[in-house]
Design a protein around this ligand. Structure first.
Ligand SMILES: [Zn+2]
Length: 374
């Protein structure tokens, strides 16, 4: 056994020697590599939180503007994100203090939504937030604790104890109510967004593809519409692009040298077809555009998003499996944007057109998740 191991090690060593590059590579110092690694890590976490801030801002506006459509699943929201190094995912801890100016002793505000109750109370990034109505905010699980506290206390005005530049102060924040569904931002390159009715997940690939905030609001609105309109079969996760998840899994197997013959993509497509129809997806696009418009976004030109998606995933230009082809989505959004602009011009309420007055009365499914809205 031991000889086998030694033999293998020797074989690997010989192989490595045989495969060594012929060029004389520049010598790199270990210190320089470590310093560059840290720079890249710090840049990554700063980018992550700046994208999270963009998602938080749009999500806050969508949630509060469409509160009436969320069938009572609401929570109090103030529009800020506070953290300590120990409250962040462990892979960020070693450099988050330097990247985000955090301290271990007290939560620091890392994002404030423009126009939110927190912004109205004068809270800014870098403030340390110590207590709500005299209750100390914990330094671990900070975001979850604050969401739970707000859920329990509702929209009653609250006193927040802050420390700025070493000076303590107290401000009054008046929360607003909004849809409670959590919107989770995932830092990976997948071009997709999804909902299972308990949460909305949006991947950074999708955030980067959405060039304008109106486009990103349209995507979040699409998922919220699925949840509100009772489109969901909770055994399945619904997505904005449907087949993309399966395609990525197939690609993963292919790169490992195993062809699945598109089996996963077919399964995803079949699963999607069972639960949703292309027309439900069109309805989510339609109502989602209204949700974005109610949140104050100008939808003119937002349809360009579907051309971008077509470029990123050319299959979606021609094949309608679970979702409309991108040409249909582009043309529909262009028409909806014009419909919304016409209503705005005539001071009409931004209500989607219904086939009958009861068409959107589909009951919400029950929710076990409490949500952690900002
Ligand atoms: Zn969808």
């Amino acid at each position: 056994m031991r000889r086998d191991v030694l033999g293998s090690a020797l074989a690997v060593g010989l192989l490595a020697a045989a495969c060594a590059p012929a060029s004389r590579l520049p010598a790199l110092s270990q210190n320089d590599i470590e310093a560059e690694t840290r720079l890249q890590q710090i840049a990554h976490i700063r980018k992550y939180y700046s994208e999270l801030h963009r998602v938080d801002t749009i999500a806050f506006r969508i949630r509060t503007a469409n509160r009436a459509d969320c069938h009572g699943w609401e929570s109090a929201q103030i529009g800020l994100h506070a953290a300590t190094p120990q409250s962040l995912p462990s892979r960020y801890r070693s450099y988050s203090r330097e990247a985000l100016d955090l301290t271990w002793a007290r939560p620091t505000v890392i994002s404030v939504v423009e126009g939110s109750p927190a912004a109205g109370a004068g809270i800014t990034i870098g403030d340390q937030i110590i207590a709500l109505n005299g209750e100390l905010i914990p330094v671990t699980g900070t975001a979850g604790w604050m969401a739970g506290w707000l859920k329990h206390h509702g929209a009653k005005p609250l006193q927040a104890n802050l420390r700025r530049d070493g000076v303590d102060r107290t401000v009054t924040i008046t929360p607003v109510m909004g849809c409670a569904i959590p919107i989770v931002y995932m830092a990976d390159a997948t071009i997709d967004a999804a909902t299972d009715g308990d949460r909305i997940i949006i991947h950074s690939g999708m955030v980067m593809l959405a060039k304008s905030d109106a486009q990103l609001a349209h995507i979040i609105g699409h998922e919220l519409a699925h949840a509100n309109l009772g489109h969901l079969d909770k055994r399945l996760v619904n997505t904005v692009a449907g087949w993309v998840g399966g395609t990525l899994i197939d690609a993963g197997f292919l790169s490992g040298g195993i062809s699945t013959g598109g089996a996963f993509r077919k399964e995803f497509a079949k699963a999607g077809a069972r639960a949703f129809s292309v027309n439900f997806e069109r309805e989510a696009d339609y109502v989602g555009a209204y949700y974005a418009a109610r949140a104050g976004y100008d939808m003119a030109g937002a349809e360009e998003f579907w051309r971008e998606l077509g470029l990123a995933h050319p299959d979606s230009i021609r094949f309608a499996r679970t979702h409309p082809i991108t040409a249909v989505r582009f043309l529909q959004l262009k028409k909806v944007a014009a419909e919304i602009a016409d209503k705005r011009g005539r001071n009409l309420p931004l209500m989607p057109e219904l086939k009958s007055p009861y068409s959107h009365e589909a009951p919400r499914q029950s929710f076990s998740n409490s949500g952690n809205g900002l």
